[in-house]
Design a protein around this ligand. Structure first.
Ligand SMILES: C[S@@+](CC[C@H](N)C(=O)[O-])C[C@H]1O[C@@H](n2cnc3c(N)ncnc32)[C@H](O)[C@@H]1O
Length: 299
């Protein structure tokens, strides 16, 4: 059987590219920092965890791919629980959909690069973390009620320096944690449901059109809605099916009030479809050389 990914080495780094969509899963140059910036920070997850009023936080994603987003989300949640073991928020539920699941071997090949991406990119992040260590203290001070609001102001591309503060998401001496989590996921890869301590993950292997019904069925049992979305389905130009008005209308319907989304793209038709669905949409500086990305909220 053909592999789902081809390795693109044209830019020096090894980058996984989809055979089906001729697009990259993520940019190897800064993969970890970019994922934290776009999806974790884009949804303000650490603050949201601290302010969360329920015992479960629900994240849903379109496009599971290698699971890197999930791994970094899981790591962020573990970090939060280490600092707030008694917090009311005890569980993370994660749902994703994937039409072309990677093989266990392909997952392993991608995870083998994690160390390289960390080694290459952590020094810059660690420096930023040291420079701004007080920020961690302020984020980790005892919980006050923080409303998870996103700025309603349009953000000009120059107004934010995209620099995730690593120490907000991991304890600085925990270099290998991501690798350990990746190994756990890989070992269980292919299961319908993953239960890792207080984190539950369900991945629907199907087309994204089937995802809303799957989510509705799962969420009906708990009465919960989605607190945060990761929209991550390859470039909208190359894969418009992952960015349709109908999909976003269904996603909006499944979202908890004050629930948010983040996505790497700022494509005009994606923004319009999200707005049409009902989300309040804002532009934010994109990661690195990217001009803009989108974040939003169900107000
Ligand atoms: C950019 S990658 C996602 C990267 C991923 N979130 C990660 O952390 O590695 C987009 C993913 O969407 C999947 N995909 C594309 N079209 C799809 C569809 N119609 N239904 C479900 N999944 C789809 C692709 O196979 C690919 O794995």
């Amino acid at each position: 059987m053909d592999s789902t990914i081809v390795w693109d080495e044209s830019a020096g780094d090894k980058t996984p590219r989809s055979r089906y969509f001729d697009d990259v899963y993520f940019n190897s140059d800064g993969a970890i920092a970019e994922t934290i910036y776009v999806f974790i920070e884009g949804n303000q997850l650490l603050k949201r965890f601290i302010a969360h009023p329920r015992d479960t936080f629900v994240v849903a994603e379109t496009g599971f791919g290698s699971g890197l987003n999930f791994l970094l989300l899981w790591q962020t949640f573990r970090h939060f629980k280490r600092h707030y073991p008694q917090h009311k928020l005890q569980k993370l539920q994660f749902y994703s959909v994937e039409k072309y699941p990677l093989s266990t071997q392909e997952m392993g090949e991608i995870y083998a690069q994690l160390h390289h991406w960390q080694v290459t990119h952590q020094p810059r992040l660690l420096q930023a973390a040291r420079d701004q260590s007080t920020m961690l203290q302020s984020i980790m001070s005892p919980p006050t009620v923080i409303q998870p609001t996103l700025s309603q102001q349009a953000i000009t591309p120059q107004s934010i320096t995209p620099q995730p503060i690593l120490s907000d998401y991991v304890d600085v001496d925990d270099d290998d944690e991501l690798m350990l989590l990746a190994n756990q996921l890989q070992q269980h890869w292919g299961a319908a449901c993953y239960q890792f301590d207080n984190v539950e993950a369900k991945i629907l292997v199907a087309d994204v059109v089937d995802f809303p019904a799957f989510l509705a069925e799962n969420l009906a049992q708990s009465g919960l809605g989605v607190d945060a979305w990761f929209f991550d389905g390859f470039s909208p130009q190359k894969n418009p099916a992952m960015w349709s008005a109908e999909l976003f209308a269904n996603c909006y319907h499944l979202t908890q009030p004050q629930g948010t989304f983040a996505t790497f793209t700022a494509a005009g038709f994606v923004r319009r479809n999200l707005q049409h669905a009902g989300f309040c949409v804002n532009k934010r500086k994109g990661y690195g050389v990217k001009r803009e990305m989108l974040v939003g909220i169900k107000a």
